[in-house]
Write a protein that binds this ligand. Structure first.
Ligand code: FAD
Length: 475
């Protein structure tokens, strides 16, 4: 056998996703003797906990979503591939992805699936048309357009009823995201927009935080939930609990009370932050792995070593994994990825026996939610605290986990402007922010291949397939 024919290829790790799980996994393999391919459907690493500040004009999208390729630029053993994974073939150890009409098949020796979760409408996906969620940069920018656009429309209309409808904001879901967003809409109206209109008082707007559950912030316990609720109420936010949304349309929402009666809230701007549904890749993995199941939210019920049954080289981490007592939070994804890459590195040295792996152990570092400027609630172990010190702790922690020195620096300045002053640097809105999602959905229904951030190629790549109206929209 000639020396050329001896296989010299390195162990190949494929990572799906560039969120907290995917990025941590790639970085943890920096000094390992492996080649890494990170495949994600977005070009950026998104810091989801600050999406609500993009939606309310405090931060720009670039501050919370640096390009993954640039973060990993100096890590020579990683290739970043933009593409949506459609299929994972466990038998042939390959990952199939596409970018527009370009298909890629990427073989792996070890696989880390960190594809996260999407918004769940609990079977009522039609609600999304008028009540977008907040999971992506697109979502946050659309919400910014809808929130600021509602004030603009209220200034123009001469109808009192329509003005009230435009100035009513409903946030569905009183978890951390809902609490943070409702608080920020109220502060935007009260501090930044005050005095900027002539026919309306922005402060007259109604911000309603609504939930089918009987409490605000249920995972953080009664005491902190009540503290957050009282603070929001002090800011003028209406809290409506035990209220289930039964319909959403352009003009407003229908709410079903606990006693079965229904009522309407006429409102232009609605936001959905009520539930999560794991990536469909989870179900795909479970179907191919004998005995692995998914839970009700589509998360993979993984083995104690975060793998799927019969495939000790296939790890599922982050929001896509279902592990008792591990919440769908950044720490779950970060710790899961570190655990998986540690096992991969051990296997390269021959130190890993899949049958005798130490199970994944989650270290709960606590949870926090901001309610308003200078006010947050925090839970660290048995310690619960609220108010200014919780807010300072929240600031410090978020700055620590934000990627990039430049982003940290500009974020501190933006926070000073918004929270010490009254300004917000990101108040620009465009028609595309508000209408592009629905237009893109229409294009996809018509068979035009779309990919995030690749718009100029859409019409150029498929001119013969696109109808004239589609070409106009795409261009
Ligand atoms: C608004 C909001 C606020 C939050 N606030 C907090 C907070 O304050 N504290 C906290 O700890 N947690 C918070 N979280 C939760 C936290 O962000 C998640 O738990 C964490 O992001 C999970 O990391 P992940 O890597 O599993 O998934 P994600 O970060 O969601 O990343 C998933 C990745 O997979 C990619 N992907 C998905 N499907 C495919 C596919 N088919 N092909 C290719 N790529 C794909 C996506 O593009 C993305 O890069 C918040 C979440 C949201 C939405």
């Amino acid at each position: 056998m000639s020396s050329e024919s001896v296989e010299t290829r390195r162990h190949h790790v494929v990572i799906i996703g560039s969120g907290f799980g995917g990025l941590t996994a790639a970085k943890s393999l920096k000094h390992a003797d492996v080649d890494v391919t990170l495949i994600a459907k977005t070009t950026h690493h998104l810091f989801q906990p600050l999406l609500y500040q993009v939606a309310t004009g405090v931060l720009s999208e670039g501050e919370i979503a640096p390009a993954t390729r640039l973060i990993l630029k100096k890590q020579k053993n990683v290739q970043v591939l933009l593409g949506e994974v459609d299929n994972i073939d466990l038998a042939n150890k390959t990952v199939h992805s596409h970018l527009m009409e370009m298909e890629s098949v990427t073989p792996y020796d070890s696989l880390i699936v960190a594809a996260g979760a999407q918004q769940s409408y609990f079977g009522n996906d039609q609600f999304a048309t008028f009540a977008p969620g907040m999971k992506t940069i697109d979502d946050a920018l659309e919400l910014r357009g809808r929130i600021i656009g509602a004030f603009e429309a209220a200034e123009v209309t001469t109808s009192q009823a329509e003005r009230e409808r435009r100035l009513t904001f409903v946030v569905v879901g009183a978890g951390p995201t809902g609490v943070e967003l409702a608080g920020q809409i109220a502060e935007l109206a009260d501090r930044t927009l005050a005095g900027a209109f002539r026919t309306i008082e922005p402060n007259d707007c109604r911000v309603i935080l609504l939930d089918a559950a009987p409490a605000v912030l249920p995972p953080m316990g009664e005491k902190l939930g009540l503290k957050a609720q009282h603070r929001l109420e002090k800011m003028g936010v209406e809290i409506q609990l035990n209220a289930m949304v039964s319909d959403v349309d352009r003009m407003g929402i229908t709410v079903k009370e606990k006693d079965g009666t229904t009522r309407r809230i006429e409102c232009a701007c609605k936001v959905w932050s009520a539930g999560v549904q794991a990536s469909g890749l989870g179900k795909q993995l479970a179907e191919q792995s004998d005995g692995t199941e998914v839970d009700r939210a589509g998360r993979v019920v993984v083995e104690p070593d975060l793998t799927v049954k019969g495939h000790p080289n296939v790890f599922v981490v982050g929001d896509l994994m279902s592990v008792p007592k591990v919440p769908g939070m950044a720490q779950g994804a970060i710790q899961g990825s570190k655990y998986a890459t540690k096992l991969i590195k051990a296997s390269l040295k021959g130190d890993d026996d899949p049958a005798n792996r130490k199970p994944f152990k989650y270290f709960d570092k606590g949870s926090m939610a901001t309610v308003s400027r200078f006010n947050a609630v925090a839970q660290v172990g048995k310690l619960e605290f609220a108010g200014f010190f919780a807010w300072v702790a929240w600031l410090g922690l978020h700055l620590f986990y934000l990627v990039g020195h430049k982003n940290r620096f500009t974020t501190i300045i933006a926070w000073a402007i918004a929270f010490i002053g009254r300004g917000r640097g990101q108040m620009a809105i465009t028609s595309q922010m508000i209408y592009a999602r629905l237009a893109m959905e229409q294009l996809q229904k018509n068979g035009t291949p779309l990919a995030m951030n690749i718009s100029p190629d859409v019409a150029a790549a498929e001119p013969e397939k696109a109808e004239p109206s589609e070409q106009k929209a795409a261009g």
